[in-house]
Design a protein around this ligand. Structure first.
Ligand code: ZN
Length: 444
């Protein structure tokens, strides 16, 4: 037990361990240069996770230069720091931490988890690479090989990833979400050091970033530390986010067929989420409704397919949740020893149609889905780094912190009618892309 006379001190500098998800709701503040900071205080262990989001991703890659956002992510780990002449990862490892990064269509996320006693060193390093990036030519050349190898391993030599990249390009047509996040191979080869540094100067401004600190750090402490290390970086004018065409042109119903000896058999149906969903995309309720619907469909389709095909299978129902221009929804299904793709496609489509009818999705189904989703939230929020990433990803793509902090009551407020309404809208006529992965000799 803490003694009473420590209480003031504790309230000011400390925070308490969470009882359910958060004992204190995460708080937000901004520095004078526009940097947004979220603090999730949790002093169960003397560690801090930091998740830094730049509001820039592969959709901001210049035309014919796909892959710059991702290449920059790699180069952010290649700069050498003055006093040690070591790179970011080496220094963080020597400080007892771990670090990594991810590039998506919409944002680039750098994350580190470190003992609390070394938090000031981490903030100094992170502020340094936000302020400037200098690239040594030999490190750039070496890293280009790493990036190209990553593309070869993950895409060129992975037939289903390759098929997915091509299907995505078809689905989004001229829209920026149709481009490759890692970059098309021939375009990565043309990227120059100057492309990387000017992309950094253009987009990596404090007013285009969000930092989530999660762990043994209070709001007051975070305010002092962040001002100390980041407020000297000047605010810059950042170009507006490109506006993509929404909705997509209605290309009707298109079918793609990919053949490779490694494929079993699978089919995917891509739906564009309708305008009714896109319009309220910045409300957390819409995204949670979609998550509940996804979970309920998975359960239902599993039952239908077992009855229908009497065979082992794997089913995926997923959605890409970023900005409204990229709201897509897909159902994928794979089954061994079944060759009739059209039969499978109609079973999926008919089932979805049936489920829009009132009696076919029940309150019990909703209860089960809500329970599953709640559990997954509790799991995410019990991990310092996972929750920092989760909050950051939603905040970066338009959800407010007030909404996020009320996730539990929003989840409770979603009704069966909300879910059925969304499913009806998704299955109403609109562009559909159907992709088959078939086993066989590749055509070239
Ligand atoms: Zn990479």
């Amino acid at each position: 037990m803490r003694k009473r006379f420590y209480l003031l001190f504790v309230l000011y500098w400390g925070c308490f361990a969470p009882l359910s998800t958060f004992s204190q709701p995460p708080e937000v503040f901004h520095l004078n240069n526009g940097l947004r900071v979220i603090v999730m205080c949790d002093e169960r262990a003397p560690v801090v996770a930091m998740s830094l989001f730049y509001h820039v991703g592969s959709i901001n890659d210049p035309l014919h230069k796909s892959g710059i956002a991702h290449f920059l992510e790699h180069m952010m780990f290649q700069g050498l720091f003055q006093d040690t002449r070591e790179d970011f990862k080496t220094i963080v490892t020597n400080l007892g931490g771990t670090t990594g990064a991810t590039t998506t269509f919409d944002y680039t996320n750098y994350y580190t988890i470190i003992p609390k006693k070394n938090i000031t060193k981490l903030l100094a390093l992170e502020a340094d690479r936000m302020a400037q990036l200098s690239i040594a030519d030999e490190r750039f050349q070496k890293e280009r090989h790493v990036v190209i190898q990553e593309r070869l391993d993950r895409i060129e030599d992975a037939p289903s990833a390759r098929a997915n990249e091509i299907a995505n390009a078809h689905f989004y047509m001229q829209n920026r979400y149709g481009r490759s996040v890692i970059g098309w191979l021939h375009e990565i080869e043309t990227i120059l050091p100057h492309d990387i540094t000017s992309f950094h100067t253009r987009w990596y401004a404090p007013n285009n970033a969000t930092i989530v600190l999660s762990g043994d750090v209070s709001v007051a402490e975070a305010k002092t530390l962040m001002a100390q290390y980041f407020s000297k970086i000047p605010q810059r004018t950042v170009p507006p986010r490109p506006q993509e065409q929404n909705p997509l042109p209605d290309f009707g119903r298109q079918t793609l067929e990919f053949v490779h000896p490694e494929f079993g058999f699978s089919t995917s149906i891509f739906y564009k989420l309708p305008a009714s969903v896109a319009q309220t995309w910045n409300q957390y309720k819409t995204r949670l409704t979609l998550q509940l619907l996804t979970s309920m469909l998975k359960q239902k389709l599993n039952k239908v397919f077992i009855n229908h095909f009497k065979s082992l299978h794997e089913i995926t129902v997923q959605s890409y949740t970023a900005y409204k221009e990229a709201t897509e929804f897909s159902v994928s299904f794979s089954i061994k020893n079944l060759k009739d793709g059209q039969a499978m496609t109609s079973v999926i489509e008919n089932t979805l149609q049936q489920l829009t009818l009132e009696q076919n999705l029940t309150e019990d189904d909703l209860k089960q889905a809500r329970f599953t989703l709640k559990n997954s939230f509790y799991e995410t929020f019990s991990n310092l780094l996972d929750r920092a990433k989760e909050y950051g990803a939603f905040l970066t793509t338009g959800i407010s912190i007030e909404d996020l902090n009320q996730w539990e009551s929003i989840l409770e407020s979603i009704t069966l009618a909300d879910i059925q309404g969304m499913l009806k809208d998704i299955t109403s006529p609109g562009p559909r892309l159907i992709a088959y992965l078939l086993s066989g000799e590749a055509s070239q």
